[in-house]
Design a protein around this ligand. Structure first.
Ligand SMILES: CC(C)(COP(=O)(O)OP(=O)(O)OC[C@H]1O[C@@H](n2cnc3c(N)ncnc32)[C@H](O)[C@@H]1OP(=O)(O)O)[C@@H](O)C(=O)NCCC(=O)NCCS
Length: 199
């Protein structure tokens, strides 16, 4: 009897794992682009609009992710670290039509959908939401529970609802050193641009 129980538990654990792996393989091929060493959990996530989703190298998409790519793409960079349950949505519904239920309005305005970009080396804390048109600058941290409605500069730490800059991860000199160690010359941020982004 114990043997049967153990067998059932093993089946219960292994079956979803295999399905998840198979789905992951299919999702990666249906995406706009997908780098190497990308880990994705389709069975436990809600991802829509794969044709508009790009994920860079070494980025893992955790269980409970909600990514809605509308007509506007979602671009996720290299080595992005997501905490549990990130929600990223690249569009809104139209809410300006008189005499029509929101759910019944099918056509959109161009400004209803806007691209979201999460640049390389970003860490998002648990339960964050990122809305249309936002760029999270390279190396930034999004604090747990934030709702991000505006873009933030590289190496910033943002938090709150709506998210605002809390502080910067590094001084400008430290950013230059960090980038020197991680990126080839042509990919590094320029000192003038970092300074300008912090004004
Ligand atoms: C963003 C974070 C890294 C900042 O940590 P920290 O550098 O130690 O910052 P502090 O705790 O000193 O807080 C600095 C300020 O930011 C505020 N702050 C910190 N976390 C915040 C949050 N989630 N939302 C809003 N404000 C926040 C603090 O209240 C503080 O404000 P004050 O200066 O007015 O007092 C951390 O708060 C966080 O959100 N970590 C995410 C943890 C997580 O979700 N992990 C998942 C596993 S991957």
């Amino acid at each position: 009897m114990n043997y049967i129980f153990r067998y059932c538990i093993r089946l219960y654990l292994v079956f979803p794992y295999v399905i998840d792996k198979l789905l992951g393989f299919c999702y990666k091929h249906l995406m706009r682009s997908c780098g190497s060493h990308v880990y994705i959990r389709p069975l436990y996530s809600d991802i829509k609009g794969l044709h508009n989703l790009s994920i860079g190298n070494g980025t893992s998409i955790p269980k409970g992710s909600v990514f809605y790519c509308t007509e506007a793409p979602l671009i996720i960079g290299n080595k992005v670290l997501f905490g549990p349950r990130p929600t990223i949505i690249t569009g809104d519904h139209r809410i300006d039509r008189l005499g029509e239920y929101i759910v019944d309005v099918n056509e959109k305005l161009p400004e209803n959908d806007k691209m979201v970009t999460i640049e390389d080396d970003v860490w998002t804390g648990a339960n964050i939401t990122i809305l249309k048109g936002v760029t999270i600058g390279r190396g930034s941290v999004v604090a747990a529970g934030s709702v991000v409605t505006k873009s933030c500069p590289p190496y910033s730490i943002i938090g709150g609802v709506p998210a605002k800059i809390i502080k910067y991860r590094f001084t400008v000199e430290q950013v230059l050193e960090h980038e020197r160690l991680l990126y080839p010359v042509d990919k590094r941020l320029r000192k003038e641009d970092i300074l300008k982004s912090r004004l």
